[in-house]
Design a protein around this ligand. Structure first.
Ligand code: AMP
Ligand code: TRP
Length: 326
């Protein structure tokens, strides 16, 4: 039997998870369980890199863990744990930091955007190095993420190569797994910018926990484009194109098929159909979310963390040996 390749991904327990996170990342986490050994992580240490309230962090962690299980992460097949429960992430991050160039970190788009808002701070600057450590501590081969993480993945690959070159081959150089449709779901109120947890307007995104009425109302009021035809054209029709991508992600039919069917239906009818697909698609996730108990969630997180610590300790033994600490 050939060994399965390993997938790792992380998601921050900040704010409320939205359909951009789900389409760009979450549902791929679930799909990849079929083919890969899968390890998923609620990255609580990353969530501390912008100003936050400890109470919100505690709640956010519990909510995110529960939501990931509700989406279909199966504890029989995947590990799912909180990053800070496995101290080797931070330990490896220190070592990788000694290989990371300041210039490359300064060029990170997310660092520039977030430091403009939250102020310059070392943790925020070092964020991508910790992300590289998350991936490399498990010697993962592939990383499902949305397209905003490409630059961070590139850094991870550079650090893996640099480490291997300097200290001997230890890390696979990981590939990003970016979905063809939905890698960058855009805001419902401004279809040229990314749908984001931190957008001040709740109308800009659909949360996975929104009620059917809320979903319908947000999608009906989504900003659309001039004209009346439903066509896929990201440049000329960003609003309609975004809705088509969302529609296709939840409905399963291709964008071409949906565009052909709704071409002359008018925006109103089209939006109602999109809303219905999202409501139907989220229903099973919402039902699972409601039926999970805190005990079940807690048990999964603890059991997985235990296994992840053992695996991570194995990698750290090799790393310590390679770099000359032991
Ligand atoms: P974050 O909300 O930054 O913790 O992101 C969690 C995951 O969702 C990452 O893999 C992101 O790349 C992905 N993601 C975030 N926003 C979007 C979006 N608007 N469209 C597609 N994927 C996204
Ligand atoms: N930076 C990622 C985001 O904002 C979250 C993350 C942290 C991550 N560590 C990771 C994603 C490791 C993939 C792999 O979405």
């Amino acid at each position: 039997m050939t060994e399965k390749k390993r997938v790792f991904s992380g998601i921050q327990p900040t704010g409320n998870i939205h359909i951009g996170n789900y389409i760009g990342a979450g549902r791929n986490y679930v799909r990849l369980q079929e083919e890969y050994e899968t390890i998923y992580c609620v990255v609580d240490l990353h969530a501390m890199t912008v100003p936050y309230d400890p109470k919100d962090l505690r709640e956010g962690k519990a909510i995110m863990a529960r939501m990931l299980l509700a989406m279909g992460i199966d504890p029989e097949r995947s590990l799912l744990y909180h990053q800070s429960d496995v101290p080797q992430h931070a330990e490896l991050s220190w070592i990788l930091g000694t290989l990371a160039g300041m210039g490359q970190l300064e060029r990170m788009t997310q660092y520039k955007e977030k430091s403009d808002k939250a102020g310059q701070q070392f943790g925020l600057f070092a964020y991508p190095v910790l992300m590289a450590a998350d991936i490399l501590i498990h010697r993962a081969h592939a990383v499902p993420v949305g397209d905003d993480q490409t630059q961070h993945l590139e850094l991870t690959r550079d650090l893996a190569e640099r480490f291997n070159h300097r200290f001997g081959d230890l890390f696979p150089v990981p590939e990003a797994i970016i979905p063809e449709v939905g890698a960058r779901v855009t805001s419902l109120t401004d279809p040229t910018s990314k749908m984001s947890k931190s957008d001040p307007s709740p109308k800009s995104r659909v949360h996975l926990t929104d009620t059917p009425d809320e979903i319908a109302s947000k999608i009906r009021s989504a900003v659309t484009d001039a004209g009346s035809e439903v066509v896929y054209d990201r440049e000329a029709k960003p609003g309609i194109s975004n809705l088509l991508e969302i529609f296709s992600a939840f409905d399963g039919r291709s964008i071409e098929e949906l565009a052909a069917e709704y071409r002359d239906a008018g925006y109103g009818i089209f939006k109602n159909a999109v809303a219905e697909a999202v409501i139907d698609g989220l229903r099973p996730v919402q039902e699972a979310y409601a039926s999970l108990t805190d005990e079940e969630v807690h048990r999964v997180m603890e059991t997985s963390a235990e296994k992840a610590r053992e695996m991570a300790a194995g990698t750290m033994r090799l790393v310590r040996e390679a770099v000359g600490l032991t």
